[in-house]
Design a protein around this ligand. Structure first.
Ligand code: KIV
Length: 272
């Protein structure tokens, strides 16, 4: 939706205007065509093809095994479905860490091959030059601070970040540096709500929170968490709006029962 509620293509300038107008931004992940179609129809402003797909779709224990080819494949499917939302491709582990040139070229693939409108990458001031060069190439960049899952082994697990004063101060400075480098939004993951509020008030670009409290300019959730489709682990910040896993099990059991007793297919579902 546009700021007036009309169906419109969402762009970087829409997202900036939403922050200025204090309109909250809704972002959700999607990894496939049918889900992206539904999110687009609902008017979700930003669809993130997150590398979380490694865990919720591909069954890995972390996001680290996800490759550029995986991301391009899934981003293509999402882009095919979308007519209004802004599609953001998540740069996977080692797609932007090895060199700035490689980062620009991989970011470009998301737009050129997969039809995305921007990319997201994890990391603080160490990645400012990467953000700068990708932005200079005309590719909108979303930064990602706080709990950055690609750094899980350095962080020592999936824990709340920025609890100590020094770490909080560093994160505020990182956010400023990334904004100055050209990021048009920043995801804040798993940080104390007062710190997210501080960053939100400091920046002129929008903050999109996940486990970062209510003061961010927008929120993002993994769609499988929201729908109750991922059962291996549920972080405290996840609100399950549905328990689709139970619906699916019920439907599958009913189908099996009918197949085995011979009541499916019946006359209505057969050709005479
Ligand atoms: O990969 C992902 O889905 C993400 C979101 C949780 C922000 O990075």
């Amino acid at each position: 939706m546009s700021t007036q509620g009309k169906l419109n293509k969402i762009s970087v300038s829409t997202i900036r205007t939403m922050k200025r107008n204090h309109e909250k931004i809704a972002m959700l992940t999607a990894y496939d065509y049918p889900t992206a179609l539904l999110l687009d129809q609902c008017g979700v402003e930003m669809i993130l093809v997150g590398d979380s797909l490694g865990m919720v779709v591909l069954g890995y224990d972390s996001t680290l095994p996800v490759t550029m080819e995986d991301m391009i494949h899934h981003t293509k499917a999402v882009s095919r479905a979308v007519s209004c939302s802004m599609v953001i491709g998540d740069m996977p582990f080692l797609s932007y860490q090895c060199s700035v040139d490689q980062a620009v070229s991989n970011a470009g693939r998301f737009l050129q091959e997969a039809g995305a409108h921007g990319v997201k990458l994890e990391g603080g001031r160490e990645y400012a030059e990467v953000v700068r060069r990708i932005s200079m190439a005309g590719i909108p960049v979303v930064a990602h601070l706080g709990l950055t899952p690609q750094f899980v082994h350095q962080l020592g697990g999936y824990k709340v970040q920025g609890k100590e004063q020094a770490a909080a101060a560093r994160m505020i400075e990182d956010a400023r540096i990334l904004e100055e480098a050209g990021a048009f939004a920043v995801v804040l993951e798993c940080i104390p709500a007062p710190l997210a509020k501080n960053i939100t008030e400091t920046l002129s670009i929008p903050t999109i929170g996940i486990g970062a409290g209510p003061h961010c300019d927008g929120q993002v959730l993994v769609i499988h968490d929201l729908l109750g489709l991922y059962e291996r682990f549920t972080p405290k910040f996840v609100k399950k709006y549905s328990t689709l896993n139970n619906n699916i099990r019920e439907s599958v059991r009913q189908y099996m029962k009918e197949v085995k007793e011979g009541s499916f297919p019946d006359k209505d579902h057969s050709f005479s």
